[in-house]
Write a protein that binds this ligand. Structure first.
Ligand code: FES
Length: 119
């Protein structure tokens, strides 16, 4: 049996997700969260930001680190820059509902973009 990581989203429930799936896609497709991804998952817009309740990964892509440093943001992570490779519990803090945007943004690719350099 293949073990699948569990994704818990506060207020939505707990879901089995494919090992290695991008967190932004797991939130949207598996948990049914209307998570924003305005830049299409490229670590530019920060609209896919989430808060970790449990299981925050220690590694971070260089692109995620750079955009947080440039904008002076801390305490959140970019769901487009994280793969589901362990059980995690998160809070959806940036959703289409209430954003005033017409849609969630361009669909992110299956793999992390830009190609990840892990820090
Ligand atoms: S930073 Fe734009 S979707 Fe993640």
């Amino acid at each position: 049996m293949v073990s699948m990581p569990k994704l818990t989203v506060e207020g939505y429930g707990t879901f089995d997700v494919a090992d290695g799936k991008r967190l932004v896609l797991a939130m949207e497709q598996d948990a049914g969260v209307d998570v924003l991804h305005a830049c299409g998952g490229n670590a530019r817009c920060t609209t896919c930001r989430i808060e970790f309740i449990d299981g925050e990964p220690g590694k971070m892509t260089a692109a995620e680190k750079a955009v947080f440093e440039a904008r002076g943001i801390s305490g959140v992570r970019l769901s487009c820059q994280i793969q589901c490779d362990q059980d995690v519990s998160v809070r959806a803090i940036s959703r289409l509902e209430g954003s005033g945007r017409p849609d969630a943004g361009r669909p992110p690719a299956a793999e992390i973009t830009p190609p990840p350099e892990w820090t």
